[in-house]
Design a binder for this molecule. Sequence first.
Ligand code: AMP
Ligand code: GLY
Length: 422
Amino acid sequence: MRVLIIGSGGREHALGWKIAQSAQLSQLYFAPGNPGCAHLGKCVDLPDLTSTLSFCQEQKIDLVVVGPEKPLVQGWCDHLRAAGIACFGPSKLAAQLEGSKAFAKKVMAETKIPTAKYQRFDAFDQACAYVKNHEFPLVVKADGLASGKGVTICQNEGEAVMALKEAMVDNRFGESGKVVVIEEFLVGREASFHVICDGKRGLALVAAQDHKALHDGNHGPNTGGMGTFAPSPFVTPEMEQVILEQIADPVFQYMAQQGSPFQGVLFIGLMLTWHGPKVLEFNVRFGDPETQVMMPLIESDLLPILYQSAQGQFEPDLDLKIADQRACVCVVCTAEGYPENPRSGDVIEPLPQNVEDGIVFHAGTQTNGEGKLVTAGGRVLGATAWRSDLDRARNAAYRLVEKVHFRGKYFRKDIGGHELNS
Ligand code: AMP
Ligand code: GLY
């Protein structure tokens, strides 16, 4: 099979790493990929949908796997499918589950999926009047995509009005903030749960946990994710069943009824509350850096699963097998200045190669004019290791982090640790 992966982050390197192990793979391309991906396949520059469509036709691509949310929300999968190219990822309409928080909330309300209570507003005055009589904390969310910056947890009316003004009046998020969702603040532990669907049936991946805050102990500003571990010990097999039956299946049924069956992966951002798991958000793609810890724990060949999802029909006996007795930890190494103003161009010393039960996934890296590997983004590399349990995996991942050297390297010291002890 000839496969094209779209995207350039750690997620795409991890997906490519797993797909490259498939006996069914004949050629792997990345657009644009990164220097880590370049070890697995060819990196090509396809800046838009038109060039992607032509490339797929010329190169007889059998499957496109779309990594990031933006092309999904823009409807690339509809265009690729219309041109006869199998594409792993949902339609434009189904991608609204991530592209519009108001849409996601409406689907959850109609299908009675457990989530925070909410109100949708498109007028600043009305939103302000609502928060006046409300208890705090509460959460203000820009409706559309905002690169992970559209959510503000507000402790009082002043903060809420400020968040509403930024989104609705100052247009900090452009069109994405013209509509906002204001919702109840949920208390609990977070977990990331992914389900791959062929439009009808869901196959669950291993539950993971992200660490979004910049500093140890969950302090400091929010980031794209400083590290992950899986499996999450807080998502029990019984809870997985509840998540599938009360959250994933109703979403898949709803989208099928709308004439837009969900083909791709639904990433359910959960808060595990005293009243059971509740949805914080839906994403319609693999999480980053969740993918980096999920891929090494999948025993099945992933490629036929992605292909059959893209074709809209899993074989009846298709299963997604997760390794038991194995845990994985990914520690993200970030560039100086991340998240506000990450510095690029710092030389990365040669990385450990052929690590046993581990890999350093590339994310924000680049090869410079002199052929040297340099930093080229906030989240630079993800030191990832898997072992028979979480403690061993964490120790192995941190040993790998010590072998990563570049000026300004920063990482959290408590990935997969703090959450368990708190
Ligand atoms: P989202 O992009 O909706 O996942 O929000 C980003 C982060 O904000 C989540 O990972 C949570 O840490 C936090 N968050 C979002 N919604 C809520 C909520 N209703 N209650 C508490 N925290 C929330
Ligand atoms: N790790 C969170 C995300 O991918 O959105």
